[in-house]
Design a protein around this ligand. Structure first.
Ligand code: SAM
Length: 299
């Protein structure tokens, strides 16, 4: 079992495969990347994943930018799904190009989808049900049976859409994932204006839920009630960091031990381009894991 210095098990590799995106969501943290200078090839992504899988990584999450903007996205998934020990590949997408690609992605080995969907309709937030409903249906028809709708809740913008989004998600048989806005180094004004705490929602769900599950990842709670499934992501709590199981790879080939930090990245792409073999890459990945530490600590 792969563990960091804080006894946290690491079994998920979150890989950004492009920084390009066709939307401009006002809250987006871009997976912490601001000015990537390079892009990993399919072969380089595969090498990093293979070395990680040899160490104990079992799940891969593909992200971006918008991963479906990368023309080799299916090749990437096919290559990763052929790696021994990788048990599950999932993707987080804005869904705008999913309708055309859903079947191919499923065939290539993609198992789960997170589709960004922030409200029924909005003039400010581009990821809306109006725009994405046909993609969500196409994904279900392609055989994806685990689909989550990622809703970043913003104060005064879409906090009053939670009920409508719950109903929509329930109708579709998807899980609604309510996400608190993450505070980054660059968004302090935006954060002050738009952060919406899910504290009260969580209390209400806890009192009404027919059952509650706790997922190992971030100790996230999943509430089941009236046929709906709602999961909460509350990143500013110490239990979130204490249960973080993810190692991140940036689109330009850097190991990123924590979304919130820019000062401890490790350039693994440089090693690959200098001819490092699988064993050497595993050692670089272990060094990246050594650099992990909880961002929000117990007080
Ligand atoms: N373009 C894809 C998408 O829209 O899902 C993948 C990249 S996006 C960075 C991945 C997910 O991060 C989004 O679905 C959204 O839920 C989440 N996200 C982005 N910025 C965030 C922020 N500031 N706070 C909380 N969640 C955020």
């Amino acid at each position: 079992m792969l563990k960091d210095r804080f006894e946290r098990q690491i079994d998920i590799l979150r890989i950004s495969i492009t920084q390009e995106c066709n939307l401009k969501c006002p809250y987006c943290h871009r997976e912490g990347e601001s000015d990537p200078k390079d892009t990993m090839s399919v072969d380089e992504i595969t090498k990093i994943t293979r070395a990680s899988a040899d160490l104990g990584i079992k799940k891969v999450k593909i992200t971006g930018g918008e991963p479906l903007m990368r023309k080799e996205v299916t090749d990437i998934i096919r290559a990763i799904s052929s790696i021994e020990n990788i048990e599950e590949i999932s993707m987080t997408t804005n869904g705008t190009m999913l309708k055309e690609q859903a079947c191919e992605l499923k065939k290539a080995g993609l198992a789960r989808l997170n589709i960004g969907c922030d409200s029924l309709s909005s003039s400010i937030l581009p990821k809306t049900v109006d725009r994405l409903k046909s993609s969500i249906i196409a994904a279900k028809n392609a055989g994806f049976d685990s689909i989550k709708l990622n809703m970043v809740v913003l104060n005064g913008v879409n906090d009053n859409s939670i009920k409508d989004m719950t109903e929509f998600s329930n109708e579709q048989g998807t899980t609604l994932q309510l996400i608190e806005l993450i505070r980054t180094k660059d968004n302090s004004e935006f954060f002050q204006k738009y952060f919406y705490s899910l504290e009260d929602i969580e209390k209400e769900l806890a009192s009404k839920a027919e059952s509650i599950e706790t997922r190992p990842m971030h100790n996230r709670k999943r509430y089941n009630l009236d046929g709906a499934t709602i999961e909460l992501v509350r990143p500013h709590r110490s239990e979130f960091c204490a249960n973080c199981r993810t190692l991140r790879i940036t689109s330009d080939g850097k190991i990123r031990p924590c979304l919130m930090r820019n000062d401890n990245l490790l350039d693994i792409l440089k090693n690959i381009r200098q001819g490092a073999d699988n064993g050497e890459l595993s050692r670089v990945i272990l060094e990246g894991i050594q650099r992990r530490e909880p961002y929000v600590k117990e007080r």
